[in-house]
Design a protein around this ligand. Structure first.
Ligand code: ADP
Length: 450
């Protein structure tokens, strides 16, 4: 019994840095708010970790949008070309997935954009759209400095892309040049859209209160409608503009250093962008499994798990997938199933081991949801203050497999958000196919305007 007490104490010690107090989360919320203000500022945004990029999207849909549009979706799991018909009865879409070979993702910019044009031409031929010039919305989910709705300078590639000659260039221009090279003279690009903005717009079509977009998938990011007069980097005082926060980079300037644990540091060190996207690395699908793996390794090392028997397999990067957290944390799942998952990893887990692994998963996913809530709390509170309201009712359009598939993430997020921003009534709406639909709606809203 004494030994078990000591073990419990050691487990608690190991997990303690991952358990955030209410005060910790309020501090994160305050820091996010501070970084947002700095990012929005006219000249101080050079050292803000949250870039607060203007999107030139000034309105959410009002339901009167109509027309046929082409949409491209680049930067998610798949590259897709879509035709989106926005009609009175609703939105109809058809799409094709095209593969972008790694050699093209990491080759020259010309080859990448030529490939994209070829895919568009193939799609138009298949859909019998060769004769028409449809307005095109381009969901391009990489950080861009936008200078207009149809002008977006790529700041950096992420997610495994590295095509040469693109950083610092206007991606719409690169697309138009490729169209010229390919003699595709009927391309009318009207908007470049980040996936967060696409998600907000897609949900905004169904719910006019949707003025926030959130992604919790491979990475995490958010956008929201800011007062134009607060956007120091864009002229104009009237109305609002959607801001792509690029909040995954929150903390890259060191402001979250005391939140990061040794496990987070170990995960970060082994990534291709060490020291970057620090907030994202605490929250999103690409990293949660890795954090759990490092905690399990430390527990084995301290003889707290698997009888201290080292496992070679557990030392393999990414072997513990984030989807395992979803399974292991499912309510009512027999511990036998947890043991089965662990056995596939060549881990011989006792009943007690399974209980402990589940506790580790819960700790890591709860922290992720709570940090995400702290970020969102800063956003909704700012919107409420902007509008001089005692109470704000707002909807968040959400996409991303982690948010959609994890059994407790969304609940934990919503509960913590309510605690941290009690004067905001926040509704969450899951987007279906937000990237493609959203890009078309941005194009539609742009076409609607005089
Ligand atoms: P993207 O953000 O690129 O569009 P997704 O939204 O599909 O991609 O998210 C992919 C991420 O979701 C991966 O990092 C993966 O680990 C994670 N994931 C996949 N299945 C699950 C699941 N069942 N539960 C939680 N996370 C999952």
């Amino acid at each position: 019994a004494q030994r078990m007490l000591t073990q419990r104490h050691e487990v608690e010690q190991l997990l303690a840095p991952l358990r955030l107090s209410r005060a910790d989360l309020e501090r994160v919320q305050g820091l996010m708010r501070q970084e947002m203000e700095r990012g929005l500022g006219r000249d101080s945004n050079a050292d803000a970790s949250v870039r607060m990029l203007p999107t030139y999207v000034c309105n959410t849909p009002d339901g009167t949008e109509r027309g046929d549009f082409l949409a491209l979706d680049l930067g998610g799991t798949n590259f897709r070309v879509l035709v989106v018909r926005v009609m009175e009865e609703g939105i109809h879409m058809a799409s094709e997935i095209y593969v972008i070979p790694t050699s093209i993702m990491q080759g020259t910019g010309e080859a990448l954009f030529d490939h994209i044009i070829e895919c568009i031409m193939d799609f138009q031929a298949k859909q019998n759209l060769m004769e028409q010039v449809l307005p095109l919305g381009f969901t391009f989910s990489f950080p861009c400095q936008q200078l207009g709705l149809d002008k977006a300078m790529l700041l950096t590639w992420t997610k495994g892309f590295s095509a040469s000659g693109c950083v610092g260039q206007d991606v719409v221009q690169l697309l138009r040049e490729a169209a010229e090279r390919k003699q595709h003279l009927a391309l009318k690009v009207v908007a470049v859209v980040n996936d967060t903005v696409g998600t907000m717009m897609a949900c905004g079509y169904d719910d006019p209160r949707c003025e926030i977009g959130l992604i919790v998938g491979t990475g995490t990011n958010a956008c929201y409608m800011e007062e134009r007069k607060n956007v120091g980097t864009v002229e104009g005082e009237e109305g609002r503009m959607c801001i792509n926060m690029e909040w995954g980079a929150f903390g890259d300037n060191g402001c979250l250093d005391d939140i990061f644990t040794t496990f987070d540091r170990m995960v970060d060190e082994k990534t291709i962008n060490a020291g970057k996207q620090r907030f994202e690395k605490l929250i999103s699908g690409m990293y949660l499994g890795e954090i759990v793996r490092h905690i399990l390794l430390a527990m084995v090392d301290k003889q707290l798990l698997f009888r201290g028997k080292p496992s070679l397999k557990l030392q393999t990067k990414d072997i513990f997938q984030t989807k395992f957290l979803s399974t292991i944390e499912t309510d009512g799942l027999a511990l036998q199933h947890v043991q089965d998952i662990l056995r596939d990893l060549e881990l011989d887990a006792s009943f007690e081991d399974s209980v402990l692994v589940r506790e580790v998963c819960q700790t890591v996913s709860l922290r992720a949801a709570q940090l995400c809530a702290a970020g969102l709390a800063a956003v909704v509170e700012k919107m409420r203050e902007n509008r001089g309201l005692a109470q704000l009712a707002v909807t968040v359009g959400v996409d991303g497999t982690l948010y959609k598939m994890h059994p407790h993430f969304s609940h934990n997020l919503q509960q913590m958000l309510q605690d941290l921003a009690p004067n905001c009534a926040v509704t969450f709406l899951q987007s279906e196919d937000g990237s493609g639909k959203g890009a078309a709606l941005v194009a539609a809203v742009a076409c609607r305007e005089p």
